[in-house]
Design a protein around this ligand. Structure first.
Ligand SMILES: Cc1ncc(COP(=O)(O)O)c(C=O)c1O
Ligand SMILES: N[C@@H](CCCC[NH3+])C(=O)O
Length: 463
């Protein structure tokens, strides 16, 4: 890998162009523990190490780009959620954030449950030995085949998402001689403080049954009448990447209000309430996420208080964190390719991946951090835009960031906090091959999801 100096682009320009950045950091070599996986540090040579393995060795052995996942951190975060909620609550890891068979085994070992939302996720969970009764099955348009598979497997709960699905699941369960445990997902009418595309509790959208106009109460009424269903609770998920707990407070208040209505009308106290996932993580040093124990305390207090007010026994609480467990535990390592300084604007740094391995910047205008990780540098900060290799000008990985001014082709840079919704939303755009996921722990690294190959692509193309 070349380490040569690169002709200067806009450094810490005196007049900075418009952008998302704040001032250049004082130390470009520092790795903020808020955004990096817990076992990350720099070795004596200045290279980033994770789980005791230098990133330079990982790049040599597994190639770039690659998602590097800190297994120790993943297990610690999973355990922290489980411990925070204790034995009277259930934590369902949301597999949509990132799922692989190794992850399923870690979750099983750490005592977590799993939320899946497709036949593919269900198959992965079952094939890695997650007991079916610890699986929740979600989705706004589950197919008949998926529902049948879930009921046959004996999943612990199906989260019903529409009036049609109430009947569909009841019929399938009955035809199989089963009584399926279900929750009913409602939309409580909360505007979560997050990107429009990832807010899910306002009424005008595809998920859940609105509380408004008595629709959720009617859904419960119908479900309670069906022999194939055992209604165990109400589900609410207000959105994703949320820091402000007030949305959960309003949601819990409204869900408990519905539980009270159900008790008054049917004489039944539903035993469970699921408040979904959605807790935010730090993508940049400006983000301040809460710790699981604070979240658990806040949610438990809210539900207990609301239930006392409604004279209901406090139901068993469950939550479904995805991003908050896996997000901070991984980073993506890229090799720097072309570097293009644009006078008075910024320097475009092209990497060997892009929107195919991280669509979040293009899709949600998400903000990320980036650091030079194969070495340290004392060069002046240079305002950069990290872009991919795709045939698309919106192919941006990090919109605005400072990297050292001597950055050169062949350097390794890494983007932290890419554990959630990056590999799981990866694509083959431009027939670019999806990167591997490499798990690192205690000085050992192993591939848990291998890199795609051109053979994989050609095998799908049967024409
Ligand atoms: C029903 C449900 N539960 C849990 C999650 C996980 O969300 P997050 O990864 O933000 O914790 C999602 C995704 O937003 C979801 O739709
Ligand atoms: N995929 C989204 C979150 C949606 C979560 C699933 N409901 C993200 O990257 O932030």
């Amino acid at each position: 890998m070349s380490r040569s100096a690169h002709p200067a682009g806009p450094r810490h320009a005196d007049v900075l162009p418009e952008g998302h950045y704040s001032a250049p950091p004082t130390d470009l070599n520092a790795l903020d523990p808020k955004v990096w996986a817990r076992t990350v540090s720099r070795d004596e040579a200045g290279a980033l190490t994770v789980g005791g393995v230098p990133v330079t060795r990982l790049a040599e052995e597994f190639g770039t780009p690659a998602y590097i996942l800190d297994e120790t951190d993943f297990r610690a975060r999973a355990q922290a959620w489980r411990t925070a909620f204790g034995d009277d609550a259930d934590v369902f890891y949301a597999g949509k954030a990132f799922l692989s068979r190794a992850v399923v085994r870690w979750l099983h070992e750490e005592g977590l449950n799993l939320d899946v939302c497709s036949g593919g996720e269900l198959a992965t969970a079952l094939s890695a030995g997650m007991p079916a009764d610890r699986i929740a099955f979600h989705g706004n348009n589950k197919s008949v085949a998926e529902i049948r598979r879930a009921v046959e497997a004996g999943v612990g709960r199906i989260v019903l998402d529409s009036f049609q699905e109430i009947v569909r699941v009841a019929h399938i369960a009955q035809s199989l001689g089963r009584r399926q445990r279900v929750q009913i997902r409602i939309t409580v009418g909360v505007e979560a403080h997050t990107h429009e595309f990832i807010a899910t509790a306002h009424e005008d959208q595809k998920f859940g049954i609105p509380l408004a106009g008595g629709q959720a109460a009617e859904a419960v009424r119908r479900a309670l009448r069906l022999d194939g269903l055992e209604v165990i609770g109400i589900h609410s998920h207000i959105g994703s990447q949320i820091f402000d707990m007030s949305g959960f407070e309003v949601a819990a208040h409204r869900v408990v209000g519905l539980l009270k209505e159900i008790r008054d009308e049917h004489g039944v106290e539903l035993p469970e309430i699921d408040l979904g996932g959605g807790l935010g993580i730090a993508y940049t040093s400006d983000d301040d996420p809460r710790e699981p124990h604070e979240i658990a305390k806040a949610l438990t207090e809210i539900v207990t208080r609301e239930c006392e007010g409604a004279r209901l026994a406090t139901p068993r609480i469950s939550v479904e964190p995805g991003r908050a467990i896996v997000g901070p535990t991984a980073f993506t390592v890229y090799e720097v390719g072309t570097i293009k300084p644009l006078e008075g604007l910024r320097t475009y740094v092209s990497v060997d991946g892009g929107m195919s391995d991280n669509i979040r910047t293009a899709l949600y205008d998400a903000e990320y951090s980036v650091a030079l990780v194969s070495r340290t540098s004392d060069a002046e900060p240079m305002l950069c835009r990290v872009v991919g290799k795709h045939c698309e000008s919106g192919d941006i990985v990090v919109r605005d960031a400072f990297l050292p001014g001597d950055l050169a082709p062949g350097d390794l840079i890494a983007v932290p906090a890419t554990g959630a919704y990056c590999r799981s939303m990866a694509s083959n755009y431009n027939h670019v091959l999806r990167p591997p996921v490499v798990a690192v722990a205690d000085g050992e690294a192993r591939v848990i999801v291998r890199r795609e190959t051109e053979d994989d692509l050609l095998r799908l193309d049967v024409g």
